[in-house]
Design a binder for this molecule. Structure first.
Ligand SMILES: *Cc1c(COP(=O)(O)O)cnc(C)c1O
Length: 394
């Protein structure tokens, strides 16, 4: 069957790339040693410090978000160090697996894959760690497998209450540029992001925004590192900033992305995400009235604005709903992961989206639910339309 029109991309990464960014990247390669590129890159690194609100540096790897993960581990810690990981979903779990393979000891606090991180648990564990063996707390801000957003300031307060010096490391890959994350004010030591989510770019940039304390740790690290080393990247030659050829086209795209976000205004970017997310949640609640579907995240305040994760009843394979939405109605959603295999579908709503895109996607998913004979309540996508109409700014 030939498909016409656009596929609606609602995977929680990659996200839609705006035409403006595609066009900014549509240009010939250039001499990365030229003053023109050097100036562009230097300005970008300065801008990124503002955008991330870091007290120190921002590093760009030509990698997926996993590169940001690895870069953080090798710079901030040494083999044998212990890190604390409250595990609330699959991204946290595999992040911890990576730490172990790099020689770190991971103190996992297992949880069910529905609530956000419990700050009280962090305070409890850190308070008992009198010898300060724990060198870092690993917190996934938006756990993309479950749809939970954790309260980063509350996690910081818990660490302070325990009077513990561990570094606070935040995986913000699914939250950066979707929700506020002022890292200096919130006392976060490393914010890890990636290009293909809120920043609306193709995959290919792993980003680490780093506090002074985290940067100081990188000079003490005994890990083997070269490409990922922050100290190496601070050498004077601009070539060393990227440790090799700069990912020029991603740089062109990122410059445009930041210009677009600045033009819209950061508060408005966050407001738009909250508004569209609320519309999606209204529809999920309307569907749930028939008793089959429900939010994976039970507590409303812990539902992320980046994506919504919908739980199906036991015995109803969510992956079939996802496949039907994609194959029959051209709406691509995220699939179920890890312990939630077969039990959830994930509706991404981060990045370059507006009202009719969200309404259209919800309409396609609702049609797929009908095809799959999932019992759904009345109203469905209408609940999103009602909300968007009620909250419209003229
Ligand atoms: C997408 C995502 C990742 C993985 O990013 P890659 O670019 O695929 O390496 C890690 N953590 C979270 C929370 C994510 O959403």
């Amino acid at each position: 069957m030939v498909k016409r029109g656009r596929e609606f991309l609602h995977t929680p990464g990659p996200t839609n790339i705006p035409d403006r960014i595609l066009n900014a990247m549509h240009r010939p390669a250039m001499d990365f040693a030229s003053p023109v590129f050097a100036e562009m890159a230097a300005k970008l690194f300065e801008d990124l410090k503002d955008v991330f609100q870091t007290s120190s540096e921002v590093f760009l790897y030509t990698s997926s978000g996993h590169g940001g993960w690895e870069g953080t581990f090798v710079n901030c810690f040494s083999p044998g160090d212990t890190v604390l990981l409250p595990e609330i979903g699959r991204f946290g779990r595999v992040w911890g697996d990576m730490a172990e393979r790099l020689g770190l000891k991971v103190r996992r606090v297992p949880g069910s894959w529905r609530p956000p991180i419990a700050p009280a648990v962090i305070e409890d564990v850190l308070s008992k760690d009198k010898a300060h063996e724990i060198k870092g707390v690993l917190a996934v801000h938006v756990e993309t497998a479950t749809g939970a957003i954790s309260d980063m300031p509350a996690i910081r307060r818990a660490m302070d209450a325990a009077n513990h010096p561990a570094l606070l490391i935040c995986d913000a890959i699914a939250s950066f540029a979707c929700v506020p994350l002022p890292m200096r004010d919130w006392g976060i030591d490393v914010v890890i992001a990636a290009s293909q989510k809120g920043l609306m770019l193709p995959p290919g940039l792993g980003i680490c925004a780093v506090s002074e304390k985290a940067l100081a740790a990188s000079f003490e690290s005994r890990s083997q590192m070269e490409y990922f080393s922050w100290p190496q990247r601070l050498k004077t030659e601009s070539y060393s900033r990227f440790c090799g050829t700069a990912p020029e086209h991603l740089v062109f795209g990122l410059v445009e992305s930041l210009a677009m976000l600045r033009e819209e205004g950061w508060p408005q970017v966050f407001k738009r995400h909250t508004r569209l997310a609320t519309a999606v949640r209204k529809t999920v609640e309307a569907w749930g009235q028939a008793g089959a579907l429900e939010h994976n995240i039970v507590v409303p305040e812990a539902r992320a604005d980046s994506l919504t994760v919908v739980r199906t009843p036991e015995g109803m394979n969510a992956d079939i709903i996802r496949a039907t939405a994609r194959e029959t109605f051209s709406v691509a959603m995220g699939g179920s992961l890890g312990d939630l295999a077969g039990r959830v579908f994930r509706i991404g709503h981060m990045g370059d989206l507006n009202e009719p895109m969200v309404i259209g996607a919800l309409g396609g998913i609702e049609a797929a639910l009908r095809v799959c004979q999932v019992p759904i309540g009345q109203g469905g996508v209408g609940a999103a339309i009602d909300y968007l109409a009620e909250t419209a700014e003229s």
